[in-house]
Design a protein around this ligand. Structure first.
Ligand SMILES: Cc1cc2nc3c(=O)[nH]c(=O)nc-3n(C[C@H](O)[C@H](O)[C@H](O)COP(=O)(O)O)c2cc1C
Length: 477
């Protein structure tokens, strides 16, 4: 299986590796800003919302989903600008339930196209590479992105909009904000209306008791964005968010703002009128869901995603035997989510946060900087740019210090050699040659500045060497 296919991002690059029942799954991320402190407890709490075995309406497979950062952070959980590697070990995989899927593919799971495409040996244990398990990696990295975005005043949160035919209250397209975020963010079953939530859970339990499953809709909001993120055509905000969203298995549809319902309105009803108080600009309604012409318009981005019913169900279904090429019946054993929606809500938030971070990082690229930074968010993008640049400076400083230490050690080695071989330690012509070389390497713009810095480096190095010579002479005496 081509690993590079599983990559995402324009400014960051996220690649995932591994399948559901592998010993571990891994995410590698390049391009994430340096200098970001990760709150590990907060990240674990977020990931627990997606983890299996977390409630009666989730699969019984229990995994703690603990992310291990193999690189990209220092000991204090501050990102260092290097490639980030996040690994999650699988501890509770039971592969025996999947021995038949290579012959009798599960309806509406990935088995049949995967066998045709990759051959009979393709790993389908627990859904293999096509499993919801891979969304643990999305949540690990997405949780980090959410923390970064929160510092910039950008929030991503969601609720269960519906399960089967039972509906929660809707987000206000114009007013959704911190209240909803605080109410929903730590819930394993995030709803605005608890009574609707209870009925949803009853519906899931009822489907489960009959060996069946149900689907539903997740509504997600992104608030605090500046005007002008995104581009026309292929790099539209919708395109970049949905590209990421469709990495969540079982997600079958997305609508932004009023979505399909706007087709039942007149233009005069659907258009979002502009309003100003002389300082700020906003729209009275937000039927466009915060995106116009592929760009953010400063209003909340609100979208809904359709999650299909879990394909693996216990009740008997029609399938085929590939070896016998005949129709047959199938009853799926194993541990499955009777409804994917509650766990997927965290995955949808994570996927959105990753895509939004990638969009925010566009401001690194002058050509795609927001044309009109509405003050609702413009200064936030500014401060994001500032902290990003500071991260780069931190990284440079670390490299400079390490290189200088290496240079001092080499210089002292040279001094030692010269002392042992009775050679003159200080060499003025070599010093002049070095400074000339530095001027040349630095180029016209920086030649004078770097020559000055190097003169200081050479002076310090000479002092250090002199100290060594003095020490060795006093030892001789
Ligand atoms: C969090 C999460 C959990 C899932 N759990 C299951 C499950 O227990 N059983 C199952 O058959 N599918 C589960 N799925 C869905 C399948 O992975 C998905 O339907 C399958 O790979 C086919 O892909 P498609 O539905 O996107 O076409 C889950 C998906 C997510 C996001």
């Amino acid at each position: 299986m081509d690993k590079n296919i599983n990559s995402f991002g324009k400014n960051i690059r996220l690649t995932t590796e591994g399948g559901s029942h592998d010993e571990f799954i891994t995410a590698k991320i390049s391009g994430f800003p340096a200098g970001v402190r990760i709150d590990r407890e907060k990240l674990l709490k977020f990931m627990a919302r997606r983890a299996p075995g977390n409630s009666a309406f989730a699969t019984a497979r229990k995994e703690s989903d603990e992310p291990i950062f193999l690189s990209g952070v220092d000991g204090n959980f501050v990102t260092n600008g290097d490639e980030m590697t996040i690994r999650i070990y699988s501890k509770n995989a039971k592969s025996s339930a999947y021995k038949d899927v290579h012959d009798i593919p599960r309806p509406s799971h990935a088995d049949y196209p995967a066998i045709v495409k990759y051959g009979r040996d393709v790993d389908l244990r627990g859904g293999g590479h096509f499993s919801g398990r891979l969304t643990a990696l999305l949540c690990a990295f997405g949780g980090v992105c959410m923390q970064y975005l929160e510092e910039k005043g950008i929030s991503v949160f969601s609720h269960i909009y519906s399960v089967y035919d039972i509906k929660d209250k809707e987000f206000s397209l114009t007013e959704v904000g911190e209240n909803e975020k605080n109410m929903l963010s730590s819930s394993l079953f995030p709803v605005l209306d608890n009574e609707a939530g209870d009925r949803m859970q009853e519906k899931i339990a009822e489907a489960k008791s009959r060996g069946d499953s149900v689907g539903g809709v997740i509504e997600c909001a992104v608030t605090g964005l500046p005007v002008g993120l995104g581009e026309h055509m292929f790099a539209s905000v919708e395109a970049r968010i949905t590209e990421m969203l469709f990495s969540v298995p079982a997600l079958k549809g997305v609508e932004f703002g009023r979505g399909f319902d706007s087709c039942k309105l007149y233009g005069s009803e659907n258009n979002d009128p502009y309003v100003t108080d002389g300082k700020r600009i906003w729209t009275r309604t937000n039927n466009c869901g915060g995106i116009l012409g592929g760009m953010t318009n400063g209003m909340p981005i609100v979208f809904r995603v359709a999650m299909k019913p879990t394909p693996s169900i216990a009740s008997e279904q029609d399938s085929i035997s590939l070896s016998k090429m005949e129709n047959t019946k199938l009853s799926i054993v194993g541990r499955h989510d009777p409804c994917i929606v509650p766990r997927a809500a965290a995955a949808v938030e994570a996927a959105s946060a990753i895509a939004v971070l990638d969009l925010v990082l566009d401001s690194k690229n002058e050509n795609s900087a927001p044309a009109n930074e509405n003050k609702q968010g413009g200064d936030r993008v500014e401060s994001s740019r500032l902290s990003e640049l500071r991260g780069v400076i931190d990284r440079c400083d670390r490299t400079i210090v390490a290189t200088l230490a290496e240079r001092m050690a080499a210089a002292s080695g040279v001094a030692e050699y010269k002392i042992q071989n009775n050679l003159p330690v200080l060499d003025a012509s070599r010093e002049a040659q070095l400074l000339e070389k530095i001027r040349m390497l630095a180029g016209e713009e920086y030649a004078e500045y770097f020559a000055e810095i190097y003169a200081a480096v050479l002076k310090t190095s000479k002092e250090y060497q002199q100290k060594m010579i003095d020490n060795s002479r006093s030892e001789e005496k």
